[in-house]
Design a protein around this ligand. Structure first.
Ligand code: NAI
Ligand code: MG
Length: 501
């Protein structure tokens, strides 16, 4: 293997779990194909960096087209010989349930890895691992519940509409919740598909643990494969591969558009969970204490690197100053640091690139005339930290109100009337999510009807649950993750006509 061993002092000397130490010491991180961790054919690797220090602590194999082809063919063989799809449904459920248990048993390892390569703080990594485990628990109940139908037809025939898996599914994931990988793959597995998973190059480790646990759970080799490497090579290779039937993508709009185009020649079905610029609207009749706490959490959570971040805060003018003061008060003393420190409330951004992006947008915000009510600069010298930053006096035409920053930057926009709030909320190319704070039931319903978004939360924000679908409209994508909705993407129906008279 071309990969180097890991220095044990990773992440500020914080005590890693024994499982994590063993995992990191073993090294040799690469692809997971046919049930085994393997290097690239070319021997090429890329560095894995700790975002809290900026230090490279390990290397991982980087796929070329040959490696992608190997992984896809492994999944294809596994699908075609029926080693997974033809297992009886109850047995699929047992093995998926076992996977859920194993993820639970490896919780500390997964949390550590998300902190080390993704810069998550402890509380957020806990949430992410649980999110993945919850998705497994939910989808593990589906194999026995999938069914087709018998449509009405002419009397001389019996017609069956049979529900079948689509085949080989490519799942391409971002870096903001690496251990949520199971949530990306179990909907496909529950339907009997085989998977090639491409984790983000910033956070390659958790997927390897998950793939190994699949084997341990009795999911046969080849059913879940992982290829590592750059999006333009490994990701694009999966999208273009003729033996891949469907793509599930989560990430940026630019990459999403590229994937849709690259999937066209082979006519793959694709689902797109993309970014947002979600409006978080606070009316003057809201519970301001709760609203302020939630508004803050909705942008500071994982340093704003969350697709549903409530990055546009729309505040009714009468309570504007009070709400801003409350949010600033809650945000002023946030402790930044490594996720391994128990004191840390906000971690680093994932990469130098992401830090540069956030700094660039903050400069643009200042230049375009927004006022800095908090923060406004990078934090410290080492690692990729940025201060929680609040801009007030933002106009919805400003760049910081229009583009997804994906960092700890809040844009506060005042409004007067309900109509104006709706107009501003919808004046965006995105439509992933929205939040509304009001005690007026009629107004709550008017807003949920008027806002064009995949999810609208009222008097709460960023709640997720495995049985409840989420996804975007407009430039935030199409297709739904979680719930029964995502089974549609990973199955198709076959119509069978049988002449009986
Ligand atoms: P990205 O969308 O380029 O990366 C996401 C995944 O797509 C990664 O696994 C990457 O390797 C893969 N990928 C990249 N190019 C590809 C291609 N041509 N074909 C197939 N797969 C490809 O996101 P990136 O560049 O890491 O971040 C840039 C910005 O995107 C962020 O600043 C943020 O605004 C946004 N973003 C939004 C996310 C969300 O959940 N809404 C998640 C990640 C990024
Ligand atoms: Mg990219």
């Amino acid at each position: 293997m071309q990969t180097t061993a890991v220095r044990p002092e990773t992440s500020d000397g914080w005590a890693l779990s024994p499982q994590t130490k063993a995992f990191l010491a073993a090294g040799g991180f690469g692809h997971f194909i046919d049930g085994e961790m393997v290097p690239s054919a070319s021997g090429e690797t890329f560095g894995i960096l700790d975002p809290a220090t900026g230090r490279e602590f390990a290397r991982c194999a980087a796929a070329g087209r040959e490696d992608v082809d190997r992984a896809v063919r492994s999944a294809r063989r596994a699908f075609d010989d029926g080693r997974w799809r033809n297992l009886e449904p109850l047995e699929k459920e047992r093995r998926l349930r076992k996977l859920g248990e194993l993820v639970g048993q490896n919780r500390d390892l997964l949390m550590d890895l998300d902190v080390i390569d993704g810069g998550l703080v402890r509380a957020y990594s806990e949430f992410i691992v649980k999110f993945g485990q919850d998705a497994i628990d939910y989808y593990s109940g589906w194999p026995t519940k999938l069914h087709g139908s018998v449509p009405a037809g002419p009397p001389d025939v019996v017609v069956q509409e049979v529900r079948e898996p689509v085949g080989v599914v490519g799942v391409i994931t971002p870096w903001n919740g690496p251990s949520a990988a199971p949530a990306g793959i179990v909907p496909a597995l529950a339907c009997g598909n085989c998977v090639v998973l491409k984790p983000a190059e910033q956070t390659p480790l958790a997927a390897l643990v998950v793939a190994r646990l699949c084997i341990e759970a009795g999911i046969p080799p080849g059913v879940v494969n992982v290829v590592q490497g750059l999006g333009e090579v490994a990701g694009a290779g999966i999208v273009e591969h003729p033996l891949v039937d469907a793509i599930g993508f989560t990430g940026s709009g630019d990459t999403g558009r590229r994937i849709v185009a690259a999937a066209a020649p082979t006519l793959k079905r694709v689902s797109m969970e993309l970014g947002g610029k979600s409006p978080h609207i606070v009316f003057d009749d809201a519970d301001l204490e709760q609203a302020a706490a939630t508004v803050a959490g909705a942008v500071w959570g994982h340093s704003g690197q969350v697709c549903t971040a409530g990055s546009r805060v729309l505040v009714q003018r009468g309570i504007h100053d009070e709400l801003v003061a409350a949010v600033v008060a809650r945000s002023r003393d946030i402790r930044l640091g490594s996720g391994f420190s128990p004191d840390t409330q906000m971690g680093p951004l994932v990469s130098q690139e992401q830090l540069n992006r956030v700094c660039r947008y903050v400069d643009i915000g200042k230049r375009e005339g927004a006022q800095v009510a908090l923060g406004g600069a990078r934090h410290g010298e080492a690692g990729y930290f940025h201060q929680p930053t609040i801009f007030t006096g933002v106009n919805n035409t400003m760049t910081i109100a229009r583009e997804e920053i994906f960092g700890p930057v809040m844009a506060v926009i005042p409004f007067d009337t309900e109509e104006e709030a709706i107009a501003i909320a919808n004046d965006t190319e995105f439509g992933l999510a929205a939040g509304v704070w009001t005690r007026d039931l009629g107004r709550a319903h008017r807003l949920t009807q008027a806002i064009r978004a995949g999810t609208v939360w009222v008097n709460t924000y960023q709640r997720v649950y495995p049985s409840i679908p989420y996804g975007g409209v407009k430039q935030s994508g199409f297709g739904r993750n979680l719930g029964a909705a995502s089974l549609e993407h990973y199955t198709q129906t076959k119509t069978v006509w049988l002449k009986v008279r």
